[in-house]
Design a protein around this ligand. Structure first.
Ligand code: NAD
Length: 252
């Protein structure tokens, strides 16, 4: 357990019922952080807010579209009005699509980059001012094993490319703001036990599992606990890092 009392954390995409974001929200809440539950999914937001409150932390639900600067700016304004600070941003909102490059359209690739990279840029840029003023901040972004080994689980080349872009963006930003007390890191999960995993046909699932030395998909807890460490005071000297969480399916 890490002490995250008095910390305010925004977790984008935390309304997904079986998703990684909800678990991140809950895990940070259990360690004392106040949580901003931000998502497109209004019903999902309400459920996560309830779960965070049941865990004993404050929660603020905000309908957010990460691809809209207006929506992102409105969220930041609301968070600062409610809590007066922003300590942690977890860029978790993301989309994927299974399509080959031959069949991919410019619209497909634009849609994926709009959420996974440009939306992440808008959210990240928007927290820099309050974090610089505090001289404290923790930014963690969800990349993917697909960025590093070129897919192999679910999603097309556009997904891999967008998640690779997240790695380069984060490392460059980590250098820019290293002296402001703000760290910027990524996690690169392999296959996680979420809706995507459950939707895979049995044969495809077997093939994926055969490529994972640990022999099973990761659990959302296993992603969230690594993020809890990265946003803690204890991880103050870790920046520009990417942590693989993939059961050994890819080793650098
Ligand atoms: P998920 O689909 O369950 O949840 C994603 C959430 O993002 C949803 O609630 C959705 O409403 C929200 N979202 C989508 N577009 C949005 C937008 N424009 N604005 C605001 N919110 C938006 O996904 P998940 O499986 O929990 O994945 C979470 C993150 O982890 C993603 O970035 C994903 O790429 C990454 N990841 C997942 C896996 C996996 O196996 N599930 C593996 C590696 C990386």
């Amino acid at each position: 357990m890490f002490k995250l009392n008095n910390k305010v954390a925004i977790v984008t995409g935390s309304g997904s019922p079986k998703g990684i974001g909800r678990n991140i929200a809950l895990t940070l809440a259990k360690q004392g952080a106040s949580i901003v539950v931000a998502d497109l999914n209004v019903e999902g937001i309400e459920d996560t807010v309830r779960a965070v409150e049941e865990a004993g932390s404050k929660a603020l639900g905000i309908e957010l579209n990460v691809t809209s600067k207006e929506s992102v700016d409105a969220m930041i304004e609301q968070v600062l009005a409610e809590f007066g600070r922003i300590d942690i941003l977890v860029n978790n909102a993301g989309i994927s699509q299974k399509v080959t490059v031959e069949d991919m359209t410019l619209e497909d690739i634009t849609k994926v980059f709009n959420v996974n990279m440009f939306g992440l840029f808008l959210c990240t840029q928007a927290v820099l001012k309050p974090m610089k003023e505090q001289q404290f901040g923790r930014i963690v972004s969800l990349s993917s094993v697909s960025a590093k080994r070129g897919g192999g689980v679910f999603g097309g080349a556009h997904y891999s490319a967008s998640k690779a872009a997240v790695l380069g963006f984060s490392k460059n930003l980590a250098r820019e703001i290293a002296t402001d007390g703000i760290t910027v890191n990524c996690v690169a999960p392999g296959l996680v036990n979420t809706e995507i995993w459950k939707s895979l046909p049995k044969d495809d699932a077997r093939k994926v599992i055969d490529g994972i030395p640990v022999g099973r998909p990761g659990e959302t807890d296993e992603i969230a606990s690594t993020i809890a460490f990265l946003v803690s005071d204890e991880a103050s000297y870790i920046t520009g890092e990417e942590i693989d969480i993939n059961g050994g399916s890819h080793m650098d």
